[in-house]
Design a binder for this molecule. Structure first.
Ligand code: AMP
Length: 152
């Protein structure tokens, strides 16, 4: 499995590591298509999909394909690329789910694969990660993803 994932991904240790060690996260398996997700967008370096425990409808995760745990271990070029990619996704989220602004957060305490949370906000309270998460059906997730993708 590691072989399959690493061939499908840019999967190597962070620049700060001197070792060439692959660690397979759940997000790498999503990129490789081994675990399902509600995909929003993808390019050579980045991938976006709906958070399975959303704070609000439209809550999306943006990840680098290269498997790095800590967001700030990404290179300057990778951070620039993921932010430009996240901007495109955020503007589509805002059109699909009209809101005051799309908030962005980097936590990474649960999944050791760098990611940006994009959350359409009506108020600051929408960004509180201790809030109860929405329980959505498969049909609702599919509909949300298709609404966002219409604006990409
Ligand atoms: P954190 O690492 O604290 O930023 O949180 C990780 C986020 O990933 C949480 O909001 C989870 O709901 C989300 N998450 C974990 N597994 C999946 C998955 N298989 N598909 C979509 N989102 C996920």
């Amino acid at each position: 499995m590691c072989h399959k994932v690493s061939s499908a991904l840019k999967c190597w240790a962070s620049p700060s590591d001197n070792q060439n060690i692959s660690i397979i996260t759940i997000f790498s398996k999503i990129i490789a298509g081994e675990i399902p997700c509600y995909k929003i967008a993808e390019d050579d370096d980045c991938f976006a999909f709906l958070d399975i425990n959303p704070l609000v409808k439209g809550h999306t995760l943006v990840i680098p394909k290269r498997e790095v745990d800590y967001f700030f271990d990404l290179s300057d070029e990778e951070i620039a690329a993921i932010q430009v990619f996240a901007k495109r996704v955020a503007l589509a989220i805002q059109k699909a789910f009209p809101c005051r602004k799309v908030g962005q957060a980097v936590l990474g305490l649960e999944v050791p694969h760098a990611h940006i949370h994009l959350v359409p906000m009506q108020s600051e309270g929408d960004m509180l990660f201790c809030n109860p998460k929405l329980k959505l059906t498969n049909e609702e997730f599919v509909e949300i993803a298709s609404q966002i993708k219409r604006f990409l």
